[in-house]
Design a protein around this ligand. Structure first.
Ligand SMILES: *Cc1c(COP(=O)(O)O)cnc(C)c1O
Length: 447
């Protein structure tokens, strides 16, 4: 939480019911031409956004607790991002880094080498989306090890391309009907403290995962293990302490590339530059995207120089990967995170929001768990007194928040989790107002 120079008034204000008449007109145009396979959580059409507020085409001001899925951590249209992008777009928009390179790409890779976990020599390659970064991390791991198998965990989310669908755990909506999937993917249990046997330690959960991998495929066949250090779409699952270090050790001992998918957790979101930092794990490869560039499409694979250099020239790349405008956005976003101490801001959001959420949980027996790190927080809904997921209540609560002008997202394998991903620049006042709406809606929904 810090001052935002957004020119948008930082308050919630509803002038129409949501969605308003202009949004409804656009929805009618949309339904004629936009694929029904693409859906929207809250179909109000956006005119402007900044700080912690989204303004729609009917003049309503909504509180943003989603950041476009953890993307606009620096705020929408953040001044340094706008400035960098505006200058870059006027200078040149594209040459293709594989044809004639430019400084911005190199500068982003320098920042990645400095900020990602570990102080070993690191190199990066830039791409356009999180899924593309994951695909390329797997390519590098397979190339460097000469092995094929990849181990992923329960509740994992790694994207929607063919290989990343195979790595993703959840069938609906991500995989159903879209097979056949890429082969040589092995799924093992994760650490999910709320749902694991009472008292299971991180080391025990890791032993369970390792045993499953060794039985299914054998360590000597495994190119990579990929894991989100806090699992995102699968339910904002924070593993038990010791889980990630034990997995890392198994990888190191067996020549397996340890990949942390920090696409959602990276870039200050969890109150550290990267979520791996909380556990002191140093991944061999890190994938980043979402929060990296203030809303411009950019992604990266960063890792041990010898791994990243193992691939033959021309083996990695893509027409747009590391587009100069997106790189300028990233440099502006990273500068904003440093100048405004957004790592500290995420920690303050955690302190303020967790306290409020725990107070709400005391009043609402359907809240089974409150968890998360930094500004990546979640509430898991269950039938009171059990761990049985309550997706119906979750959907109803989210919808009621939307009607009240609070953009709030759900997630989880069982669809029973409300997640908070506010921009890190949101004011404390606005954050608390958003949480007040959540409390009011919840008390009404469970009365
Ligand atoms: C969103 C996400 C991806 C996929 O990123 P896209 O940019 O949507 O392709 C991959 N991994 C994680 C952990 C994510 O949260």
């Amino acid at each position: 939480m810090s001052d935002t120079t957004s020119t948008l008034p930082q308050r919630r204000e509803l002038r129409t019911a949501l969605p308003g008449p202009k949004s409804q007109e656009l929805a009618a145009r949309r339904s004629a031409v936009v694929s029904a396979g693409v859906s929207s959580t809250l179909p109000v059409y956006v005119r402007r956004a900044g700080g912690g507020v989204i303004e729609d085409v009917d003049g309503n001001l909504l509180i943003d607790l989603g950041s476009g899925i953890a993307v606009t951590s620096v705020g929408n249209a953040a001044p340094r991002v706008v400035e960098g992008v505006t200058q870059q777009v006027a200078d040149f928009t594209h040459t293709c880094f594989m044809i004639s390179p430019y400084e911005e790409y190199v500068a982003v890779c320098e920042a990645l080498a400095e900020l990602t976990p570990g102080d070993h020599p690191k190199k990066s390659a830039l791409f356009n989306s999180g899924a593309e970064a994951v695909e390329n991390a797997v390519k590098v791991a397979r190339y460097a090890t000469g092995r094929n198998a990849v181990v992923a965990v329960d509740h994992a989310y790694h994207g929607r391309t063919n290989l990343t669908m195979a790595l993703t755990a959840k069938a609906m909506p991500y995989k159903k009907g879209f097979g056949p999937f890429a082969s040589d993917i092995y799924r093992v249990p994760t650490s999910y403290p709320f749902r694991d046997p009472e008292g299971m330690t991180g080391e025990q959960a890791a032993a369970r995962a390792i045993l499953a991998a060794e039985k299914q495929v054998g360590a000597d066949q495994v190119a990579a293990l990929i894991i989100e250090p806090v699992q995102g779409e699968g339910g904002f699952i924070v593993p038990a302490p010791g889980f990630l270090p034990a997995l890392q050790k198994w990888c190191n001992d067996n020549g397996i590339v340890f990949i942390c998918d920090e696409v959602q957790t990276g870039f200050a979101r969890t109150g550290a530059w990267f979520a791996s930092d909380h556990e002191g794990v140093v991944p061999d490869l890190v994938t980043t995207a979402k929060g990296i560039a203030g809303g411009l499409p950019l992604a990266a694979v960063t890792g041990r120089a010898e791994l990243m250099d193992s691939v033959h020239g021309g083996g990695l790349g893509g027409t747009y990967g590391g587009n100069p405008v997106a790189c300028a956005g990233a440099l502006g976003a990273i500068e904003t995170m440093r100048a405004e101490d957004l790592v500290g801001a995420a920690k303050r959001i955690e302190a303020v929001a967790t306290e409020r959420l725990r107070t709400i949980a005391d009043k609402v027996p359907a809240i089974g768990d409150v968890r998360g790190r930094g500004a990546m927080l979640a509430v898991e809904f269950v039938k009171p007194g059990t761990t049985e997921p309550d997706a119906e209540l979750t959907a109803r609560v989210a919808k009621a928040c939307h009607e009240q002008g609070v953009v709030i997202l759900t997630c989880g394998t069982f669809g029973n989790i409300i997640r908070l991903l506010p921009p890190l620049v949101i004011s404390e006042e606005l954050l608390l107002e958003g949480l007040q709406v959540l409390e009011d809606v919840l008390l009404a929904a469970t009365a």
